[in-house]
Design a protein around this ligand. Structure first.
Ligand SMILES: C[S@@+](CC[C@H](N)C(=O)[O-])C[C@H]1O[C@@H](n2cnc3c(N)ncnc32)[C@H](O)[C@@H]1O
Length: 642
C-alpha cells in the first residue's frame, strides 16, 4: 500500500504539470497589440525581403497551389487531430476571428481562403444566416479536393448550402476556380473572385502554406471592395518568443508534441506532413514581421490578438486604397527619381512625426516597458532604448530589453546596463506585470513606440548625456576586446577623430543623408590641428574613405599623420561602408566581431580631443552624448534627440 501510495502520489504530481499547463492556456486572456499603421508606400523592389515566401525557402519544388496535395493525404484525420493539437481551443480561435474580427453585416460577401474542411466558412455562414443574409454570401477556396469534399459534406449537414459555396482554387490567383461536390467531383474552371467584389476576407491557419505570400496578399487586396468596413482577418500560428515558463512550454509543444500527435493520429502515415507543420511554423515570420509584410502589401494591420502565449495570432488588417501611396504614384510620373526619393522621405517623416505628436500613452498605467531591439544598427537601437529607459526612470517603470533576436547579440554582453536596463522584468509571472510593448518594424510600430519618441523630444542633451554615460559601461570582456582592437592605432594623448559614414545611409536607395566628402573632413580637420594634436584617426567601415581623407589632407599640404584600423577580421565585402542588409546576413559570430569593431570606433571617437562626425547619424549623436570635449557635426549642426 505504501509503495502503491507513493506511485500514485508520484504520477499524480507528474499529471498535475500538463493539467496545469492546459488550464493555464485555457484561462489565459488574449493580449491585443494595437499597431499604428505605418507608412504604406509600396516598398522599392530591393526592400521586399527576398526570403518572404515559402517558395524561396523551400526551393523551386514547392507546388504551385501550396500544400494542397499534402492536405489531401491528412484530410481524413484533420479535424480530430486539430482538436488534440490545440487542446480543443481551435474552434474558439476561429469563432473569435468570425465574431470579433470580421464584424459581419447582412450584405457582406465573404471570402474564406484556405477554407480546408470549412470550419470558418460554416461559422461565417451561420452568423450571416442569423443576420438574414442573401444566398451565396460565403465563398470558401482551397486547393485540396479531399479537405473540400469533407467541407462540402459539413456545409450540407449544417443546412448552409445556399449560403456557403466551396470551390477548388488558389489564394495566389483567384481569377478562376472549380466547383466541387460532396463526392469530390470537380467541375470545369469558372470565374473566381472579381476585382473589388469582396467585403471581408478570412484565412485561418492557411497563409503559412501559401508558396508565394506576397502574391496571395496582392490578390486579397485586388478582390477587396473599397469600403471602410472592409477587412482581412488572418489567424496563424507562430513560434512563441517569450521567455516565461508557459511560452517555453508552448514552444516545446509546437516543436515536439505537435509532430508526435500528427504521427500517432495518422498511424505513422502522415508523419512527414506534421513535421512539415512544425517546419512551416518555424519559418513563418514573427508577428511584427508578418504585420509589416501585410503593410507592404497595402493591408496595414490594426491589431494583433495573441492567444496561447503567442502560439496563435489573429491579424486584423484594413486595406488602404486611397491616400499617400496614390498621391505619390501620381507625382512619380511628374518628377525625377531623386526628387521622388526625397519627397517620399519627407512624407514619411511628416507622417511619422504626426503620429509621434498624437501619441497618447499614459506611462504610469504600466509596470514595465519591454523594448524590442531587432535588426537596425547598434547606434539606432541603443539610442532609442536609452530614450525609453529615461522615460521608465521618470515614471517608475522597469525597462526591459527584448534582445533575443537582436542582430548584434545580447546587450548585456557588451554593456553593464543594469539596473537601468534589465534583462527581464522582475514582475513577470505576477499580476503586477503590466507591460508596455515598444516595438517597431520597418513599416509598423506599437503605440508605445510613438509614446517613447514623443517623450524623448522633451529630453535635453544634458539629461540624455548623463543617462547614456550611466548605461555605457563596457563589460570586462568587451573592454579587453576594444583595447586589443585599438592597439594598432597607438593613440596619442591628443588626436582628432573623424566618423566617416558610408554605406546604405548615404549611397543606398533612400540616400537618407548627404555624403560628406574626404575633402570636407580634411578641411574641417585642418582647423583643429596643432603641434600638440597632429594625428587624425579615421573611424569608418569604408577603408577607401579613410584613404580619401588621407589624400585630401596631403593635397592641402597638411603634415597631419592619418591613421585607421586595418579591420583585418572584417569580411572583404564589408569594408565598403555599413550596409545593414549585408551585416544582417552575416553569421552571429561575425556580427559580434563587427559589433566590437563598431564599439572600438566609438571609443576612439569618445576619447578624441576633437571629434568630427555627422549628427544625421545615430552614431554621431551617441558619441556626442558620451564626450567631455568638443564635437563638431558636418551636416546637421543641432543635436537632436530622435
Ligand atoms: C491547416 S489547413 C487550414 C484549414 C482551415 N482554414 C482551418 O481553419 O482548419 C491549411 C489549408 O491551406 C490550404 N492551402 C494550401 N495552399 C493553399 C493555397 N495556395 N491557396 C489556398 N489554400 C491553400 C490547404 O489545402 C489546407 O486546407
Amino acid at each position: 500500500m505504501g509503495f502503491l501510495g507513493s506511485v500514485c502520489r508520484c504520477s499524480g504530481a507528474l499529471l498535475a504539470i500538463p493539467i496545469a499547463v492546459i488550464v493555464a492556456v485555457m484561462v489565459e486572456t488574449p493580449t491585443v497589440t494595437k499597431l499604428e499603421g505605418g507608412p504604406t508606400f509600396e516598398a522599392p523592389a530591393d526592400e521586399v525581403p527576398q526570403d518572404a515566401t515559402e517558395a524561396s525557402k523551400e526551393g523551386p519544388a514547392a507546388p504551385r497551389m501550396g500544400s494542397g496535395s499534402m492536405f489531401d493525404r491528412i484530410a481524413f484525420v484533420y479535424d480530430s487531430t486539430n482538436k488534440w493539437m490545440s487542446l480543443g481551443l481551435d474552434q474558439h480561435w476561429r469563432s473569435t476571428l468570425v465574431k470579433d474580427c470580421l464584424q459581419l453585416q447582412p450584405e457582406d460577401k465573404v471570402l474564406d481562403l484556405a477554407t480546408g474542411t470549412a470550419d470558418v466558412s460554416i461559422l461565417v455562414g451561420q452568423q450571416l444566416r442569423t443576420l438574414g443574409a442573401a444566398t451565396d454570401s460565403v465563398l470558401g477556396v482551397d486547393p485540396s479536393s479531399e479537405m473540400l469534399r469533407r467541407g462540402v459534406a459539413k456545409v450540407e449537414s449544417s443546412g448552409l448550402d445556399h449560403v456557403v459555396r466551396l470551390v477548388k482554387g488558389d489564394a495566389q490567383d483567384l481569377t478562376s476556380v472549380q466547383g466541387i461536390d460532396a463526392a469530390g467531383t470537380v467541375a470545369d474552371p469558372s470565374a473566381g473572385a472579381a476585382t473589388g467584389s469582396i467585403d471581408k476576407i478570412s484565412m485561418s491557419f492557411g497563409i503559412r502554406n501559401v508558396p508565394d505570400r506576397p502574391k496571395a496578399l496582392a490578390e486579397m487586396r485586388r478582390v477587396m471592395r473599397k469600403k471602410d468596413s472592409s477587412r482581412v482577418c488572418i489567424l496563424e500560428l507562430s513560434l512563441p518568443s517569450g521567455e516565461t515558463f508557459l511560452s517555453k512550454v508552448a514552444r516545446g509543444f509546437i516543436t515536439h508534441v505537435v509532430p508526435l500527435i500528427g504521427w500517432v493520429a495518422t498511424m505513422g502515415s502522415g508523419g512527414d506532413e506534421y513535421d512539415y507543420l512544425e517546419r512551416s511554423i518555424l519559418r513563418f515570420p514573427k508577428p511584427m514581421e508578418f504585420a509589416a509584410e501585410l503593410g507592404r502589401a497595402g493591408l496595414p494591420v490594426e491589431t494583433i490578438t495573441s492567444f496561447a502565449y503567442g502560439a496563435v495570432n489573429l491579424y486584423m488588417a484594413k486595406p488602404e486604397f486611397i491616400g499617400a501611396s496614390r498621391t505619390l504614384a501620381a507625382l512619380q510620373s511628374l518628377v525625377r527619381q531623386r526628387s521622388v526619393e526625397l519627397l517620399t522621405l519627407a512624407m514619411l517623416r511628416e507622417k511619422v512625426g504626426k503620429r509621434v505628436d498624437a501619441a497618447d500613452v499614459d506611462f504610469s498605467a504600466f509596470g514595465c516597458l519591454h523594448f524590442w531591439i531587432e535588426d537596425r544598427g547598434f547606434g539606432s537601437e541603443v539610442n532609442n532604448l536609452v530614450s525609453a529607459a529615461i522615460a521608465c526612470e521618470e515614471f517608475g517603470l522597469h525597462c526591459v530589453v527584448e534582445d533575443e533576436v537582436w542582430n548584434s547579440g545580447r546587450l548585456h554582453t557588451y554593456l553593464q546596463a543594469e539596473p537601468l536596463i534589465l534583462r527581464r522584468c522582475p514582475d513577470e509571472g505576477t499580476s503586477r506585470h503590466r507591460p508596455l510593448e515598444v516595438r517597431r518594424d520597418r513599416r509598423v510600430a506599437t503605440p508605445g513606440w510613438f509614446a517613447v519618441c514623443k517623450h524623448a523630444k522633451g529630453v535635453s542633451f544634458a539629461k540624455k548625456s548623463k543617462f547614456m554615460r550611466r548605461v555605457w559601461r563596457y563589460t570586462t570582456e568587451t573592454r579587453k576586446r576594444i583595447d586589443r582592437l585599438n592597439e594598432e592605432l597607438r593613440l596619442p594623448p591628443k588626436y582628432i577623430a573623424l566618423q566617416v559614414r558610408r554605406g546604405d545611409k548615404v549611397a543606398g536607395n533612400r540616400k537618407e543623408s548627404v555624403q560628406i566628402t574626404g575633402m570636407d573632413f580634411a578641411r574641417e580637420a585642418q582647423k583643429h590641428l596643432s603641434s600638440s594634436c597632429s594625428v587624425v584617426v579615421v573611424c569608418t567601415d569604408d577603408l577607401t574613405a579613410a584613404e580619401e581623407v588621407g589624400r585630401a589632407l596631403r593635397s592641402l599640404g597638411s603634415p597631419a599623420e592619418v591613421r585607421w584600423r586595418s579591420r583585418a577580421e572584417v569580411p572583404a565585402n564589408l569594408r565598403n561602408g555599413h550596409w545593414q542588409a549585408s551585416y544582417n546576413s552575416l553569421t552571429a559570430k561575425q556580427r559580434i566581431e563587427m559589433t566590437h569593431e563598431f564599439l572600438a570606433d566609438v571609443e576612439v571617437l569618445r576619447c578624441a580631443e576633437v571629434c568630427l562626425c555627422t549628427f544625421s547619424s545615430n552614431v554621431g549623436r551617441l558619441v556626442a552624448l558620451l564626450r567631455d570635449q568638443r564635437t563638431v557635426s558636418l551636416d546637421i549642426t543641432e543635436w537632436t534627440n530622435d
